[in-house]
Design a protein around this ligand. Structure first.
Ligand code: NAP
Length: 523
């Protein structure tokens, strides 16, 4: 049976009865195949089944969950070249990029398996009773993290594997012991079906409930709205536009029982090039910036959309490098036309100077690599220049002084990343720039470029609004699991009724905070 583009709900492949849409090959600019959207009834079926599966999932051991995750990663690899070829057709991304992205996807799923097996993510903490304490006895109180779900995940368009329906959000939610309902991105439904197929096989092999994972395909906001409105859903993971993320946050807040939406949204990722870096390293920085701006045809959430520096040759030299970079292809017609309109609007501003590129020549699907320049004075007085243009485009803000660069830093809103190029680490100007950026940014980096996000425990891929909906969370790295757990405390609870993580004998053998000190011993 061909499952291409189908939805997968509670163990069944389904051709839903909602409206039809087509995925699009952006390279050939032609439709691939017609796909049917899920309806509110499909959301009802998937959400109720996921809720019914939660008690079974809560009873699974950390070893069971680690095995499921490792098996999912194995099954994704077993899809072989079909996954790569399907992804290439639906996104226009090149083979090497998708092979690399598959490695990252399986790597992050296995990293969550290791995290779960290790058990430290449970943050088990035990405060033993002190019956003789005066003036009142102290009760025995123990707490650890537990599954929160079911969780709804919105797959991203720009990372069809690593942030698709089996990407980081789903891996984190499954690792925490939750059922997941993923809304596949309408731009790559066949790719999503293949991931669901791999997951379905792993679920069967590991004897997990069929509703551990469901995939709802669809185009149009009704499906996503119905999913977030459903009372069985307890949290949401999202990567995409500011408009989409904000709409889902508002829907979640208006529910009878509001839930958190962890949305990773817009970011302009400013790069500050300090005077000493202009003096000593201008050519290298110009070449590095150009490479970073065109990476993934600029369709990375960490793409450097803003360069802040003193008046210098940096803008012109970066433009020269950029004009030599090959032209890429956008992911889909919607993202391509949004970029084209954004460039058109920006070029309509007489105070913005175009240095290279501009509007797409043949089709918006093949954009020009573009660089524009503006004075800091104009930038500080025009909030439209703060908006993200999603594509191979950047804006250089030229300042009269380092003091003006600081003013620009304070004017910029929440970002996923900010970069400082300098070696003057003892300068007060660098210290105060770092202080300002740390208050508005998820990740501050020195002497590098923001594209390329390492998957590791210390990574923060998030930041204050509008970069994300919660500055306390990350969507990349193993700390992403913390979004999808609840913390429960047990007071004077009999040992046999406690979760394994909190029992006296420490059957999981994990590190626990016992009376304020970390230990792996029994209590
Ligand atoms: P998107 O339009 O935000 O869509 C993401 C997902 O959310 C899709 O499944 C979409 O499906 C759903 N959705 C969007 N708005 C919704 C709403 N109001 N209610 C319910 N569901 C909604 O993102 P995209 O399609 O990936 O790209 C569009 C733009 O987002 C880009 O041009 C770019 O500016 C930005 N973007 C930013 C990042 C980033 O990392 N910063 C990444 C990707 C995209 P439906 O449309 O079918 O409802």
């Amino acid at each position: 049976m061909s499952i291409q583009g189908q939805s997968y709900i509670n163990g069944q492949w389904v051709v839903p009865t909602g409206g039809k849409f087509s995925s699009w090959n952006p390279v050939t600019d032609s439709a691939i195949a017609e796909v049917s959207s899920c309806t509110r009834e499909d959301v009802e079926t998937a959400a109720n089944a996921a809720a019914a599966a939660m008690p079974v999932l809560r009873a699974k051991s950390t070893d069971d969950i680690a095995k499921l995750l490792n098996t999912i990663a194995d099954e994704i690899e077993a899809l072989g070249s079909e996954l790569i070829e399907t992804g290439m057709a639906e996104t226009g991304l090149p083979e090497a990029r998708l092979i690399g992205e598959r490695g990252r996807t399986c790597g992050q799923i296995r990293a969550f398996a290791n995290l779960v097996a290790d058990g430290s993510y449970l943050q088990a903490s035990i405060d033993l009773a002190q019956p003789d304490r005066q003036p009142l006895p102290k009760p025995d109180i123990r707490a650890c993290f537990q599954p929160l779900g079911p969780i709804a995940v919105f797959g991203a368009s720009n990372f069809p594997f690593a942030f698709g329906c089996l990407g980081g959000d789903t891996a984190a939610a499954l690792a925490a012991g939750n059922a997941v309902i993923a809304k596949g991105h309408p731009s790559h439904p066949q790719t999503s079906s293949l991931f669901a197929k791999a997951t379905a096989t792993a679920i069967e092999k590991c004897d997990f409930p069929t509703a551990t994972f469901s995939l709802l395909q669809g185009s149009g906001h009704e499906l996503g709205t119905a999913l977030v409105e459903h009372e069985a859903i307890k949290a949401v993971g999202f990567t995409g536009s500011l408009g989409g993320g904000r709409a889902l946050m508002d829907i979640a807040a208006k529910r009878a029982t509001p839930i958190p939406v962890y949305a990773e949204m817009g970011s302009v990722n400013p790069v500050f090039v300090m005077p000493d870096a202009l003096d000593n390293n201008l050519d290298d920085i110009a070449a590095g910036l150009a490479g970073s701006i065109v990476m993934g045809t600029g369709q990375f959430c960490t793409s450097p959309g803003l360069v802040v520096t003193l008046k210098s040759e940096l803008a012109e030299k970066t433009a020269a490098h950029l004009s030599e970079q090959p032209q890429g292809v956008m992911l889909n017609p919607g993202i391509a036309s949004a970029l084209n309109s954004g460039i058109q609007e920006r070029l309509g501003n007489s105070k913005v100077e175009l240095l290279t590129g501009g509007l797409a020549k043949e089709t918006p699907l093949k954009p020009c690599n573009s660089l524009m320049k503006v004075s800091a004075e104009t930038f500080l007085s025009d909030d439209e220049l703060l908006e993200e243009l999603f594509g191979p485009v950047s804006l250089v803000v030229e300042c009269d002084s380092v003091t003006q660069m600081q003013a620009v830093a304070k004017h910029i809103q929440g970002n996923l990343t900010a970069t400082i190029h300098t070696q003057a680490f003892d300068d007060d100007a660098v210290k105060s720039l770092l202080a300002a950026l740390s208050a508005t940014t998820g990740r501050v980096l020195f002497n590098g470029y923001p594209t390329g996000v390492e998957v590791c425990p210390s990574m923060v891929h998030g930041g204050p609004y509008p970069a994300s909906s919660s500055a306390t969370a990350t969507s990349v790295g193993t700390a992403a699991i913390n979004r999808f757990v609840s913390r429960v405390a047990y007071q004077n609870c009999p040992d046999n009724l406690l979760p394994a993580a909190l029992q006296n004998a420490n059957p999981l053998g994990i590190w626990r905070l016992v009376d304020g000190e970390f230990s792996q011993t029994t209590v």
